[in-house]
Design a binder for this molecule. Structure first.
Ligand SMILES: [Zn+2]
Length: 367
């Protein structure tokens, strides 16, 4: 109760300081430092970093996009805010320590009203950016957003489709840097229709700093073709291994074991009855044990029913997988890549800078 009282008090004191225009956050936003006056914390523009905030606004308003701003900052060796807070140095000291700014950081700076002197209310501290500039930047950011909204009917279907299953989820890795490959999409016109096409790329491919990666992106169609080709060669080569794998991965708990446990309980019940008849246990003792055993039997029978159901579903799944494998080995065309099948055979797929792909199979080690 006492602790709760304190937290309420702390909260209301914080609200009060906020109302007076005090800075109640932790680290000062990039471009500012924290000063103290009459026991209140407030923001003061910081020499150096405040000019960088101005520069970011100038670049954006001169027509540069976020990627171009990131390139400018990188080429001028400006340390990203997190690094700046850590070292206190506006510029990276060593080339190898220099990381590029995140797009999100640029976006947050362009949208943060702290730079026109507003904290919860207007004019709480000295501005770095004029209100006109801030508004112009907001308009430009908005115009990007509006561009999307114009296409909203398309985007809506795009969202519906983007939940379209990705058969390669969790399986694709960049062979060069080890990152998980990301799926993206774009629209192509095909027979007068807009068709969505997917590509996979390394998340580091677009970077310009020391973390950049040279792996090129690959389209879903190319990847699917290559994986199919590789699977038909490698799985056919080790057909026996593939079948063994299906058997092992399809095996589950045997419902017969549960049946045997139930029979055992019936035997135990009659033993208890015999004990009672021989006068080795009382009527109460017998009734208690009997009830206990009956409850255990009921539980087991429920479990058994559940397992039979699971087994049935597994059988159907295995039949589908076996059929697929048979078709695949016989070389019949039009077999689609199913997630189920990929999961049985493939541990991971690596994509290399020279567009080569390497598949790591579950059965590889046993060959
Ligand atoms: Zn990579």
């Amino acid at each position: 109760m006492y602790a709760k009282d304190i937290s309420v008090k702390v909260k209301s004191a914080k609200e009060e300081r906020k109302k007076q225009g005090s800075y109640t956050g932790g680290l000062a936003p990039y471009g500012y430092r924290i000063g103290c006056r009459d026991g209140r914390k407030y923001l003061i523009p910081q020499e150096g970093s405040k000019d960088m905030v101005k520069k970011i606004f100038d670049l954006f308003l001169s027509g540069k996009n976020k990627k171009e701003i990131i390139r400018w900052l990188y080429e001028h060796r400006v340390a990203p805010p997190r690094e700046y807070h850590r070292t206190g140095c506006l510029y990276a000291q060593k080339q190898e320590e220099l990381q590029q700014w995140a797009e999100n950081t640029i976006q947050m700076i362009l949208k943060n009203s702290v730079y026109i002197g507003c904290l919860h209310q207007e004019d709480t501290h000295q501005a770095i950016i004029s209100k006109e500039q801030f508004q112009a930047a907001a308009d430009r950011l908005n115009s990007f957003r509006l561009k999307y909204t114009v296409y909203s009917p398309v985007r809506q279907t795009a969202f519906a489709e983007s939940s379209e299953k990705d058969v390669f989820t969790g399986l694709l890795f960049c062979g060069s840097c080890g990152s998980k490959m990301k799926r993206s999409y774009q629209y192509r016109k095909m027979d007068g229709r807009k068709v969505r096409t997917y590509r996979y790329c390394c998340p580091r491919a677009g970077r310009i700093d020391c973390l950049s990666c040279k792996t090129k992106d690959i389209s879903l169609d190319t990847l699917t073709d290559r994986v199919k080709k590789a699977l038909s060669q490698d799985v056919v080569l080790s057909e026996a291994e593939g079948k063994k794998l299906l058997a092992v991965r399809g095996r589950i708990h045997n419902p017969l074991a549960l049946q045997r446990r139930q029979e055992q309980i019936i035997r135990m019940k009659s033993e208890q009855y015999l004990k009672y008849c021989r006068g080795q246990s009382s009527m109460e003792e017998f009734q208690r044990k009997k009830k206990e055993l009956e409850n255990r039997k009921k539980l087991l029978s429920v479990k058994q029913k559940e397992q039979i159901e699971i087994e049935k579903q597994m059988d159907a799944k295995r039949a589908r997988q076996n059929q697929w494998l048979k078709d695949f080995i016989s070389g019949r065309e039009n077999h689609e890549l199913h997630r189920e099948i990929l999961e049985i055979f493939i541990d991971k797929i690596q994509i290399y800078p020279d567009s080569r792909i390497q598949i790591v199979y579950f059965f590889q080690g046993k060959r």
